[in-house]
Design a protein around this ligand. Structure first.
Ligand code: RB5
Length: 142
């Protein structure tokens, strides 16, 4: 599995914790930045993650900002992107199974790193159900 990850300054610290965690798990990833806590614009970092998914370089993406909201808004503007803002493991599992979400958005100012890493693992480890009804519903807005 190949994962692209990005954040703005608000999500930088959590992004680094996620990177360490994914490295320990042996998951191949590309970090598109940001690379410090200096103030920056979240759409700048959403773009390369959405592009990697659209062009097939990555299967899944993770985007982190202060709330996760700006990142999810920016990512979902791109055709083919299904970005899900999740702050619980139930939603992370359900959005993979039902929505075939391809980007997980997290708010670093909303939840702590312990829960965030459980959400990341749940998101990455849950396959799409491939149920006909879910394929139909996704096609209705794709
Ligand atoms: C940055 O202050 C903050 O606005 C950003 O990280 C994010 O929460 C936007 O949705």
């Amino acid at each position: 599995m190949k994962v692209y990850i990005g954040s703005d300054h608000g999500g930088y610290g959590l992004k680094q914790e996620i990177i360490d965690h994914l490295s320990e798990r042996g998951i191949e990833m590309t970090d598109v930045g940001t690379y410090s806590e200096e103030s920056c614009d979240y759409p700048t970092y959403a773009k390369p993650v959405t592009e990697a998914i659209i062009n097939g370089e990555a299967e899944l993406g993770i985007l982190v900002c202060g709330t996760g909201i700006g990142m999810s808004m920016a990512a979902n503007k791109e055709k083919g992107i299904r970005a899900a803002l999740c702050h619980d493991t139930f939603s992370a599992k359900a959005t993979r199974e039902h929505n075939d979400a391809n980007i997980l958005c997290l708010g670093a100012r909303v939840i702590g790193p312990g829960l965030a890493l459980m959400i990341v693992d749940t998101f990455l480890d849950t396959p799409f159900s491939n149920d006909e009804r879910h394929i139909r519903r996704i096609s209705m807005f794709s």
